[in-house]
Design a binder for this molecule. Structure first.
Ligand SMILES: [Zn+2]
Ligand SMILES: [Zn+2]
Length: 186
C-alpha cells in the first residue's frame, strides 16, 4: 500500500507532547479525528481503534513511518514522544481516559489557540501539575460522568466535553478548575 505524500500543513510536536495529541493536532488542521487522519494517510484503509490507542505507548513500525513521512520528520522524532518503559513502570498504570491540568490547557489556548496532551498526563502515577499546583482533572465540571477529549475544532485541537459540548480550555471561560470545598463556618 502506498501512503499519501507529506501533508502541506503539519504542526511540530510540542515539549512533552503525547503521540496521539500530536496526531490529533495534525488532524485538526484538516478537521479529522486521529483515526480518520490515519485512514486518509493510508488511502482509505483505517486501522483498528486499539492500534491507534496504543500509539502513545508502543512503537508501531508502519504507523510511525507513515506519520513521520506525512510530517517530513525522522521516525525517531515520533518515537521520542513516548515515555521510556522505566518511567511507565514507575508510574504503575496507564490512564485509559484523558486527564489534564486545567491551567495548562487554558495557557495553551491563550498562547497558541489550541491545547495539547502531555505524555505525563497519560501516566496514572502523575496526579498533579507541578506548574499550576493543581490535581489533574478527568471530567467536565458540569457533566461528571460524560467523556471529554481532545477534538478538532475550527482547525485546531481543543479539549471538549462530549456530553455538553463545552470547551474546557477557555482562557477566560467560566471554568476555573475544581470548585473549592465548602468553607468552614466561623
Ligand atoms: Zn498545569
Ligand atoms: Zn460537560
Amino acid at each position: 500500500m502506498r501512503a499519501a505524500g507529506p501533508l502541506p500543513l503539519v504542526p511540530r510536536p510540542l515539549p512533552g507532547e503525547a503521540v496521539l495529541s500530536w496526531v490529533g493536532r495534525i488532524g485538526a488542521r484538516y478537521s479529522l479525528e486521529a483515526s480518520a487522519l490515519i485512514a486518509w494517510l493510508r488511502r482509505g484503509h483505517g486501522v483498528h481503534a486499539s492500534r491507534i490507542a496504543a500509539l502513545d505507548w508502543r512503537a508501531d513500525a508502519e504507523l510511525d513511518h507513515l506519520l513521520a513521512g506525512a510530517a517530513r520528520l525522522e521516525v525517531g522524532a515520533v518515537r521520542a514522544l513516548r515515555p521510556v518503559a522505566a518511567v511507565a513502570e514507575i508510574a504503575l498504570w496507564r490512564r485509559a481516559r484523558p486527564a489534564w491540568c486545567a491551567g495548562c490547557v487554558r495557557d495553551d489556548v491563550g498562547r497558541q489557540g489550541e491545547c495539547y496532551g502531555r505524555v505525563a498526563w497519560r501516566l496514572g502515577g502523575w496526579v498533579a501539575c507541578p506548574i499550576h499546583d493543581v490535581l489533574l482533572a478527568e471530567a467536565c465540571p458540569r457533566c461528571p460522568h460524560g467523556r471529554c477529549g481532545f477534538r478538532p475544532m475550527a482547525g485546531r485541537q481543543r479539549l471538549i466535553c462530549d456530553a455538553c459540548g463545552a470547551p474546557l480550555d477557555q482562557p477566560s471561560g467560566a471554568y476555573r478548575g475544581p470548585k473549592p470545598g465548602p468553607k468552614a463556618r466561623s
